[in-house]
Design a protein around this ligand. Sequence first.
Ligand SMILES: [Fe+2]
Length: 359
Amino acid sequence: MTADFRNDDSVLVARVENVLQERRSLGLEGLVGGLETVVFNVEPDRLKEAAAEFLGTTGYFFGAGYDSPDAEACVLELPGSADFLMRARKPGPNPFDAEPKGPKSAHLPHTRVETMVFLCHDLERFVALQQARGVRFLSPIIRSDSSLFIQTEPSAHSALSYGYVQWLGCGRQYHGGHFRQAEWSLAKPDRAHLRNIGIFDHASVRVRARERDNAIVEFLELTNYEYSMSVYVDNLNSITNVARLPGEPYAMVITSGLGDAVGGQVGPTEKFIENYGRRIHHLAFRTEHIQQTFAGLKAAGMDFLVELVGSPEEGLRQTFSKPLANTLMVNEYIKRYEGFDGFFTKSNVTLLTKATENQ
Ligand SMILES: [Fe+2]
């Protein structure tokens, strides 16, 4: 390893082209669709608090509670958006335990977004093709009356697991198989500003600079997503890398450093990984009437890393919350004007990236 490693988009783009070619030649193209479910594990004694926190800071509603031999869980849902399956694993083996925690995450050692689950149209074929490529899954395909499901081992590059579901009946149904419906529910807080908060727009996973290309290439190999762009913030040693799937609202954002720290300039991405371990840093939700909504969230007691920034002229308004107490997650609220598909505006990128140093 050289001491002056720097990411280079020409190297990345060449690998991306190879992936797309391989997807087509292996017959993987088109087998995987959009994001269906986000599996968000929390501590066993905090499941209800964490779910209530989510309901109180997003537009999502409580779907149903579940119990299984492995975990207690609940589904949080919003029409037109991926579900969040918030769960608390019962004592037993945890494939995510190996990922080191940091000083700011050690008190909630099992709390993380573990798995991004994508729709699959032919799971048996997909799994056979991926296994032939050497991909390792945590189990064989899990069958229930309503679905087929499988997930990869946590990634060596991003610490995320990728899951795949093939629904057998009428769409998303989590009961059957291991999950039995449980007798609890949580009320949606009746606050007007929450009705302005909409679908899940993107998540940003933070990876090490040297893992950037591997993490992006792996994500493209395991989904039908396409590499979209990389935005460099040189003075903060940060790159925001984006993958999209045409027609799908959810974008996967992979944030890394540019390269090895230069002159002690570690940057917010490396600092976050030191403090929390590799993980998803924020979940972004599309937000209407964002000024009133921001005021409503503040009035309800939410703390923010940064004020609302951007403008309609710039195409975007957005803000980041402080990490939530029960999940360590930052919520981003984002208003896109006239189809703007970026992740920050030119004038705010430094401010927003720097704001994440304050956590
Ligand atoms: Fe974001």
